[in-house]
Design a protein around this ligand. Structure first.
Ligand SMILES: Cc1cc2nc3c(=O)[nH]c(=O)nc-3n(C[C@H](O)[C@H](O)[C@H](O)COP(=O)(O)OP(=O)(O)OC[C@H]3O[C@@H](n4cnc5c(N)ncnc54)[C@H](O)[C@@H]3O)c2cc1C
Length: 398
């Protein structure tokens, strides 16, 4: 594998760097914390990319992808990470979009793909239920056929950002008598404004409002919203999860995070000296960088495989585990570096009406909230323990 960029790739990097510099909204640079962002902020860059035709680089060109090579896509994510852009949310572009263009019919493609590309339609993912997370196939939400409609009843949970969603993709049980639980599930698209859909917030420890309970009571959904075949939803759900996991590694963002951590640890002091000159702290930062470099090579190898026509396999689980462990260690070290300046009491949840004002440097303000928020990464997209089970089965054949 050749890790040197060709002259064409260097020219491509210049082109995307210039585009980002000219077009990325300046007030959003470096904003990584959702609790601060309005829905408009979260979709601003997506909409700009949609107009340019760059919102879904990995899609096939016939459906609106860019046709970039895997290396060009790698350069693209590096360049975005450099300025801390808020990339398109995964639910449309990385999750339901590929399911629709792979398994959906022409009408579904024409109806849904343009809104996903432009960023005008917000999607959410209705997989997990209170009793069905890791054991997703035990889900209980039912879809019962009634003429031209399904009538859907059940409860989903942890539905990320469903409070802003226009549409959701849901896994529902259509055959309660199937021999195996996986065989009776269907993949159904639901307009979130349909009567009977109710979204209720779950408050998180970081103070943000990011996830919800979604209740479905006698929700009538036209049968044309079924994707693919009835009772085949498990196949589409697994296809989607492999795509979801590859994106969770976040290598480019972590590299930017480590640079920032080095800057912070150069400003903060311990016993009157820069924290970065403390042997123990420097050792932890170096170990993180070594692990990140190893992950980057693994990701590049996976991308090279994709370029050669190999779909995401167990590699996506490996990238998910290592990528999220690194993200968590990064936030731990950042919080360790800023100490009490990073705690909500002093910083990020400061509220003028309660006479609490942020103190300490700007870079510290969100460290505690981010630290807490990033605990999620080893749980969502299939927990890291479950990824280890997948690796065991796929690689060791156990
Ligand atoms: C912030 C956040 C956002 C999310 N967003 C969404 C969303 O938008 N849509 C959606 O559908 N879901 C979403 N999820 C749900 C997520 O996919 C589940 O939380 C996850 O699959 C784990 O399921 P669970 O929470 O029910 O935990 P459980 O399945 O109850 O697991 C509890 C613990 O037991 C371990 N465990 C369970 N089974 C095994 C096993 N067989 N072997 C080894 N260990 C095991 C798990 O690893 C975990 O540590 C989100 C979750 C979070 C935290």
């Amino acid at each position: 594998m050749n890790l040197e960029f060709t002259p064409e790739e260097v020219a491509f990097r210049e082109e995307v760097r210039a585009f980002i510099e000219e077009n990325h909204p300046k007030h959003l640079e470096g904003m990584g914390n959702r609790e601060d962002m309005s829905p408009e902020d979260m979709t601003a860059w997506h909409k700009i990319l949609g107009k340019k035709g760059w919102s879904a680089p990995a899609w096939p060109v016939e459906y609106g992808g860019t046709g970039w090579t895997a290396t060009q896509r790698y350069i693209w994510s590096e360049e975005n990470a450099r300025v801390g852009t808020f990339m398109p949310l995964p639910f449309g572009v990385s999750m339901v979009g590929p399911v629709i263009y792979t398994f959906g019919n022409d009408e579904q493609k024409q109806r849904h793909l343009p809104g996903i590309l432009s960023g005008d339609v917000w999607w959410c993912q209705g997989y997990s239920e209170p009793g069905a997370g890791s054991d997703l196939a035990s889900l209980k939400t039912t879809a019962v056929r009634d003429g031209d409609h399904y009538v859907i009843n059940g409860q989903k949970t942890w539905t990320t950002l469903a409070q802003h969603a226009d549409w959701g993709f849901f896994l529902c049980r259509t055959d309660p008598d199937a021999a195996k639980p996986q065989e009776g599930i269907s993949f159904i698209l639901i307009d979130m404004k349909t009567p009977g859909v109710e979204v209720k917030p779950i408050k998180l420890i970081d103070g943000g409002y990011e996830v919800n309970e979604t209740w479905l009571t006698d929700v009538r959904v036209p049968v044309e919203n079924l994707v693919g075949q009835e009772n085949m939803g498990w196949t589409y759900a697994k296809f989607l999860l492999a795509h979801e996991r590859s994106g969770i590694a976040g290598v480019a963002r972590s590299k930017r995070g480590v640079e920032k951590l080095r800057e912070i640890a150069g400003s903060e002091t311990l016993d009157g000296k820069p924290l970065m000159s403390d042997f123990d702290f420097a050792r932890k930062v170096s170990q993180l960088e070594i692990d990140l470099a190893a992950l980057e090579i693994t990701e590049l190898r996976t991308l090279a495989g994709e370029q050669a026509g190999k779909g995401p396999g167990p590699e996506s689980s490996i990238l998910k585990i290592k990528g999220t462990e690194i993200q968590q260690r990064l936030t731990e070290l950042t919080l360790e570096a800023v100490g009490s300046y990073g705690t909500p009491m002093y910083g990020s949840i400061a509220d003028a009406s309660s006479n609490q004002y942020p103190i300490g440097p700007d870079y510290a303000q969100h460290s505690a909230a981010t630290y807490f928020n990033m605990r999620k990464t080893s749980i969502y997209g299939g927990s890291n323990e479950i990824q280890r089970n997948i690796i065991t089965k796929m690689i060791l054949g156990l």
